[in-house]
Design a protein around this ligand. Structure first.
Ligand SMILES: [Zn+2]
Length: 291
């Protein structure tokens, strides 16, 4: 993997490099263990909360090869850093990119599941922002509440397929079709161009922002979206996961599906941004549903 964090739970995911590791740990115990003059560097997997070891972290002057440090899971506890959990390891996208499992769920006591629950409850407006940025779709509070209620009833945080990087998308993954009528779409998104070109659908000013347009239909046209087809890959230690967003008009697909991307470092930064303008209306709704 090319990312790390220093604490189990909703900590910030950082790219693995010497500077980030130094700033996050000051290269002190328990993250650095010196045994007989050989230093080992430890941190936490940003996806499964297991201990990882960082390899090739320190640039050596004699190295002539391109330098790219990475992290790998280790199969034992690192005291003060993280406890090894084999079940979580087996379900980690970095251990197996085809990681979604139909069997088994996190235990209610699992620290990852508990942190995912807290993120949804306490930072739902940031989750919504990440969803909106990745899909182009600004959903009304009724649709958001509906999705969050399903997530609560299904105990989505115990699903091994839900992790720190894909929470915004997993909120809508596999849900029945949700209406697009009256919802808003980012003016510059591929979704907006797709809808604008469709027969019987038009986009009008949203009334609150120049960046968004409201989806209307000229007569009663049934238009909705579904999110499916998750695909995760790890290439050169980098995790990418995508979903497909399908738009249906009168039950028929409107062109090919649009790709929705996830980004572990970007989403983690949104979650941990200090100068965030909270959307109190969304926060109150999430507290009401998950409180
Ligand atoms: Zn992991």
């Amino acid at each position: 993997m090319d990312v790390f964090k220093t604490h189990v739970g909703e900590g910030k995911a950082l790219m693995i490099n010497e500077e980030n590791f130094y700033l996050a740990t000051r290269e002190r115990k328990p993250y650095v263990v010196d045994s007989g003059g050989v230093k080992s560097f430890y941190a936490v997997c940003p996806e499964c909360d297991n201990p990882i070891q960082l390899i090739g972290l320190l640039r050596r002057q004699q190295d002539s090869l391109p330098h790219r440090p990475y992290g790998r899971h280790i199969g034992h506890d690192v005291p003060g850093v993280a406890v090894y959990d084999e079940d979580a390891y087996l379900s980690c996208p970095f251990s197996d990119p085809g990681y979604w499992r139909t069997d088994g769920k996190r235990k209610p006591s699992n620290p990852t599941g508990q942190a995912l629950y807290r993120i949804m409850r306490d930072r739902f407006d940031r989750v919504e922002y990440a969803w909106r940025e990745s899909s182009g779709l600004l959903l009304g509070i009724k649709s958001l509440r509906r999705a969050l209620t399903v997530w609560r009833n299904d105990k989505g945080w115990l699903n091994y397929g839900s992790t720190y990087h894909n929470l915004p998308q997993m909120l809508f993954f596999g849900l029945p079709q949700e209406t697009l009528y009256g919802q808003c779409v980012s003016k510059d998104s591929p979704l907006a161009s797709r809808l604008a070109a469709a027969d019987g659908i038009f986009l009008e000013p949203s009334g609150f922002s120049d960046s968004y347009l409201r989806i209307k239909t000229s007569r009663f046209v049934d238009v909705g979206f579904v999110l499916g087809a998750r695909k995760a890959r790890v290439v050169n230690d980098r995790l990418t996961e995508t979903f497909l967003l399908g738009v249906n008009v009168e039950g028929k697909p409107l062109g090919s599906d649009l790709v929705v991307h996830t980004d572990p470092v970007w989403f983690s930064r949104i979650l941990n941004m200090p100068d965030w303008h909270e959307n109190h209306r969304l926060s109150a709704m999430a507290a009401d549903v998950l409180g």
